[in-house]
Design a binder for this molecule. Sequence first.
Ligand SMILES: Cc1cc2nc3c(=O)[nH]c(=O)nc-3n(C[C@H](O)[C@H](O)[C@H](O)COP(=O)(O)OP(=O)(O)OC[C@H]3O[C@@H](n4cnc5c(N)ncnc54)[C@H](O)[C@@H]3O)c2cc1C
Length: 335
Amino acid sequence: MKIAILGGGCVGLTTALAVQEEFRNHHLDVLAENFEQTTSHVAAGIFRVSPTFSGPTDSITRKWISDSYHYYEAICRSREASEAGVTSISGYIFANTSPESVKNDLMEKLVPIYRPVTDDEIELVGGNWKYGSFLSTLLTQPNQYLPWARNKLTASGAVLKKYSVKSLKELAKDYDLVINCTGLGSQSICQDRKLVPIKGQVIKVRAPWLKTFFYGEINTYIIPNGNGTATLGGIRDFECSDLTVCPYQAAAIRDRCERLVPSLKTAQLIEHKTGLRPHREGGVRVEAERIKDGLCSALVIHNYGHGGYGICTAPGTSKYAVELARDAHRSSAKL
Ligand SMILES: Cc1cc2nc3c(=O)[nH]c(=O)nc-3n(C[C@H](O)[C@H](O)[C@H](O)COP(=O)(O)OP(=O)(O)OC[C@H]3O[C@@H](n4cnc5c(N)ncnc54)[C@H](O)[C@@H]3O)c2cc1C
């Protein structure tokens, strides 16, 4: 088979690695408009899936999350951990609205530690928090994981090409299997009106003393990146596709983060970043479709719409996408 993966973000590259494992002696191209500046590069990469994250059914959603966690856990335990940028990390979630805001059914069953905070721990941070949880999880730094994945792919024979796709049909004559991991690009490629951008904005600061992550309310988070820097967030602007850095939002993010962790007042600014989360109403789309262009036809598997959780959930949806491709390939081979 000739196989194309469309997209060079976390979902595309993770899917390409899964394809290489499953279809060993087939030709693999990874096609993307951009490999260096994607939404995936903006993410902090923490493995913390919201209870609202969804796939087609509850059991598939849980499997995606569990497969993803175990994928990163295996890298974290391997010799490749530091090159791939996968580490373990622990931290706190604080809230005032309700005790449920600091619970997470999807995560509690998966991570090694997820417990209520003690009274002493609540006193450690700024703010009069009523509820809190402490958990340990994994962190994947996209700036390391993405180049690591690209190197692994090319070392095993995949070809990475800069290419902008207007319509999936144009690939039918060159490829037997196409896996579409274009994130928000699928708005135009698939005319998918369920896909909407949710703008995010973060501040990267130097804070080498920070080893623990913190979440507060109003989308406030502080995540150490493992290299002496930290990501301060954030915002969630629904249906906003303007990538301009908003100075008012930046000031508000900094203020909220400094109230939560006052030592951040001395943290030196590195840069501001924005990105558009590919949010899909109804959940992530992982499904098969056959496309035709005249006499040519190709199997397309879609794998997009991961919203604010594409770094942590990419391995699970990619594994599922490749299983759909394998089953379709086996049944067509039997005909
Ligand atoms: C501020 C912020 C913080 C975040 N923090 C986290 C976090 O801590 N943990 C987490 O799990 N997630 C986080 N996310 C979400 C995460 O970044 C996304 O879910 C993830 O990056 C989506 O990956 P993707 O590969 O689908 O899309 P992208 O990374 O956007 O990649 C899409 C790829 O498709 C290509 N493409 C698009 N259209 C075309 C076309 N027509 N032709 C060819 N190529 C095309 C692009 O060039 C690109 O290579 C965050 C997001 C933001 C904005």
